[in-house]
Design a protein around this ligand. Structure first.
Ligand code: IMP
Ligand code: MG
Length: 181
């Protein structure tokens, strides 16, 4: 399936992403103003570009940690059953925590991850996702902040992959399969 040829149509430009991240960073810096340390938790691997740009806009003392949850594998559909594949290195009890995700789709991943982290009694736990596909939601989950609401399209770029490809595109594009010959 992933061998089927496809093209990528730009959906959100690098410039729009950068402008939106500035706004989001201001909101986050306001929310956590005065924190002694914000632990910014990136969900591997899709959030790696977003977290890199986001933390550089934050006007706060931050620590960065990573968590990996099971993903789509090579397909385009959520597995729904979420497992933690790689845990945090640091402790979050009593700390302010911001979980950074690339996309909220069905909502299973972030809903599971936030429940998992809440058991460790962080002081404040907030979530941010660059993209939101509200039409695809299967569980009642709302991120504290989202960058862009998008239609039900499969997207790549800016850290987000299709079967591990296209993460290095500087913009967000949608995958369009070429018509069969
Ligand atoms: P959820 O558990 O269904 O909300 O899925 C979230 C995860 O699915 C995200 O972290 C992404 O890794 C992946 N995902 C959802 N939509 C897309 C997409 O359009 N392109 C690539 N990955 C996606
Ligand atoms: Mg993911």
């Amino acid at each position: 399936m992933t061998d089927r040829p496809y093209v990528i149509d730009q959906m959100i430009s690098a410039k729009s992403i950068a402008a939106r991240i500035e706004e989001l960073a201001r909101a986050i810096s306001t929310e956590f103003a005065g924190t002694d340390k914000l632990v910014v938790v990136g969900l591997l691997r899709g959030s790696f570009v977003f977290i890199a740009d986001l933390v550089r806009e934050l006007d706060l003392p931050v620590e960065v940690d990573f968590l990996e949850a099971s993903s789509y594998g090579d397909g385009m559909e959520s597995s729904r059953e979420v497992r933690i594949l790689k845990d945090l290195r640091g402790k979050i009890e009593g700390r302010d925590v911001l979980v950074v995700e690339d996309i909220v789709d069905t909502g299973h991943t972030l809903s599971h991850v936030t429940r998992f982290l809440e058991t460790r009694k962080p002081a404040r736990l907030r979530t941010i996702a660059l993209l939101d596909k509200p039409a695809r939601r299967e569980v009642d989950f709302k991120a504290t902040w989202t960058g862009f609401a998008i239609p039900d399209e499969f997207v790549v770029g800016y850290g987000i992959d299709f079967a591990q490809r296209n993460r290095n595109l500087p913009y967000i594009g949608k995958v369009r399969f070429a018509a069969p010959a």
